[in-house]
Design a protein around this ligand. Structure first.
Ligand code: SF4
Length: 225
């Protein structure tokens, strides 16, 4: 199956979706967004990684920054922070360059490696797009973490490709129905950039009246002190 261009979803949305499906729906379906320190720092890091679309050569490696990518099969579009092209017999021809090259996406992250696989899935989705666009097979990609200043190798496996496919199929399903899941508070709500819009505490208290009374009490006690 191939998606139409007008139905493409943002590739980077896989991060939001894996973090919390409601967060993804609030951002990508309801177009709500709230900046906090983490999102601003993350955005600044990506701006410097993209540094506009630029290509340079270092030895045998061609490095491209801010490369737009898409996949008809996944129905997604996005931008790769960095794609390095290594000379390889298994690679593809690049316009104006002798030899064959294999692409290798490198994604920049502000923090440190996470326990979950959301970063790896985003990277695998980029690899999926590049494979489809350039008719090649990518075996390896990299994640660079700003906090540890370390570049971690990520094997692009069949399992990861399948997972990426399934996750985007689920995202398209939600998007077609314009479905925003209900609040399910978890410990990650504390770090969520949308907690002030989503208000998970309302759900935790179950009773909206109780929450509003609580907030009014807090407000009046602040005025007295
Ligand atoms: S506050 Fe919690 S439930 Fe709401 S969007 Fe964020 S992570 Fe999801």
């Amino acid at each position: 199956m191939e998606y139409k261009e007008e139905d493409y979803l943002s590739l980077s949305g896989i991060q939001h979706f894996m973090f919390c499906r409601r967060q993804w729906a609030l951002i990508h379906i309801e177009q709500q967004w709230e900046e906090n320190l983490r999102t601003v720092e993350g955005r600044l890091m990506h701006i410097s990684a993209h540094d506009s679309i630029k290509t340079e050569t270092r030895g045998d490696i061609i490095i491209t920054r801010g490369l737009p990518v898409f996949s008809k099969e996944l129905g997604v579009y996005g931008v790769c922070d960095v794609v390095e092209f290594y000379q390889s017999d298994e690679g593809v021809n690049l316009f104006g360059r002798p030899g064959r090259y294999l692409p290798c996406p490198v994604e920049y992250k502000k923090g440190r490696p996470k326990e979950n696989d959301m970063d790896r899935l985003q990277l695998a989705a980029q690899a999926y797009c590049l494979e489809e666009m350039l008719c090649c097979t990518i075996k390896t990609a990299y994640l660079y973490y700003g906090e540890t200043r370390h570049r971690a190798e990520v094997p692009i496996t069949t399992e990861m490709r399948d997972k990426v496919k399934n996750v985007f199929a689920e995202m398209h399903h939600y998007y077609n129905r314009r479905y925003t899941p209900k609040v399910r508070p978890t410990k990650q709500c504390k770090a969520c950039s949308l907690k002030n819009i989503c208000l998970p505490v309302l759900c935790k208290n179950k009773n909206a009246d109780a929450y509003i009374n609580h907030m009014l009490k807090e407000e009046s006690s602040e005025k007295i002190t």
